[in-house]
Design a protein around this ligand. Structure first.
Ligand code: ADP
Ligand code: MG
Length: 323
């Protein structure tokens, strides 16, 4: 069964397509992550699904019904943004209750239930301006879920938070979407976040969807060098160079820096081109005969400097095959 169907949607600004012939579908209760660099058209696609953009081509359907011409407020979808856009002069409970009032179904019990769902039980009477950024986004999430939207559209909801909080909230968001059985489209430029929250991920570059799959499929088998680079693979190798790293490989492979590890007595010789301290030790640039220059890592106990001869081993866990 398909809940959301997007067919050949194109949205152009001044003749330049921001979203270019995008098609996707989403099953009820699933979370689709739209992952792409800044400016790739993610927000425009999300706004198109919401009904906030005029489409130059294509169609949006919900359970088989064409809703392209249905106005935003009739779609029964909810939107949540990077800055939660809370009402600063209302309390937490009043913010969450707002969609219920609009629907003429005010319910204090429902507000209490939503507060508990997002981990803010007892926060109802607080002013939203007294909350931390993370707490504000929890309130925004509760508010978007209040009216039980048919589809929740999330535009970089965690991007304004710092990393540790973002990781924790990504986990909570996944749990909350699961518990409520919410069908959602989740836009982000952060691959860890997309993979943590989504059932399926669609990679968007330059207005087009380039690859769709489960997080593991996209992560282990990126469809192109461009996608691999966006996902943080720093080197793409083909032919003999690829076979030196992974004997028997017949296509291109992509390596993260962690794939090339400086090791005493490793099987492959290399020369250090550059070495920079990092949180886990050293980030190095290495010249490897037969392969060329690649990024690698050296442990904190293994400082290396430019010009040094070292040996390396390859770590398969940080290597992907291009599909
Ligand atoms: P993302 O969310 O992936 O960062 P956007 O969808 O915001 O990307 O933008 C995609 C492209 O469309 C960008 O080049 C952006 O400048 C352009 N764009 C977005 N909205 C408008 C608009 N209202 N008018 C003109 N150009 C726009
Ligand atoms: Mg955006």
């Amino acid at each position: 069964m398909i809940a959301l169907q997007v067919d050949g949607v194109t949205v152009a600004f001044d003749g330049e397509p921001a979203v270019d012939d995008v098609s996707l579908s989403l099953e009820p209760g699933d979370v689709l992550g739209i992952l792409g660099p800044s400016g790739s058209g993610k927000s425009t696609l999300l706004r198109s699904i919401a009904g906030l953009e005029r489409l130059d081509a294509g169609r949006v359907s919900w359970h088989g019904e064409d809703i392209t011409a249905v106005p935003v407020h009739r779609r029964g979808f909810a939107l949540m943004f990077q800055d939660g856009q809370l009402f600063p002069h209302r309390t937490v409970a009043q913010n969450i209750a707002y969609p219920l009032q609009i629907a003429r179904e005010p319910s204090a019990a429902r507000v209490t239930e939503l507060l508990a769902l997002v981990g803010l039980a007892g926060f109802g009477d607080r002013r939203v301006t007294e909350l931390s950024g993370g707490e504000q986004q929890r309130v925004a999430l509760a508010r978007s879920l209040a009216a039980e939207p048919r589809l929740l559209l999330l535009d970089e909801p965690l991007s304004s938070l710092d990393r540790e909080l973002r990781e924790r909230l990504a986990g909570d968001l996944r749990r909350i979407l699961d518990e409520t059985g919410t069908t959602a489209v989740f836009v982000t430029h952060d691959q860890d976040e997309a993979f943590a929250v989504s059932d399926r991920v669609a990679v968007m570059i330059d207005g087009r969807l380039r690859q769709t799959g489960t997080p593991a499929e996209v992560w282990r088998r990126p469809a192109s060098a461009e996608i691999a680079r966006f996902l943080g693979y720093t080197t793409v190798l083909g032919g003999d160079a690829a076979r030196l790293v992974r004997p028997g490989s017949d296509g291109a492979i992509a390596l993260r820096a962690a794939a090339v590890v400086v090791t005493h007595g490793g099987p492959v010789a290399a020369t250090v081109v550059r070495s920079t301290p990092s949180v886990d030790g050293w980030r190095v640039r290495l010249a490897v005969p037969g392969i060329g220059e690649v990024d690698g890592i050296a442990g904190a106990q293994h400082p290396v400097s430019a010009g040094e001869q070292v040996s390396v081993r390859f770590d398969d866990n940080a290597i992907a095959e291009l599909s």
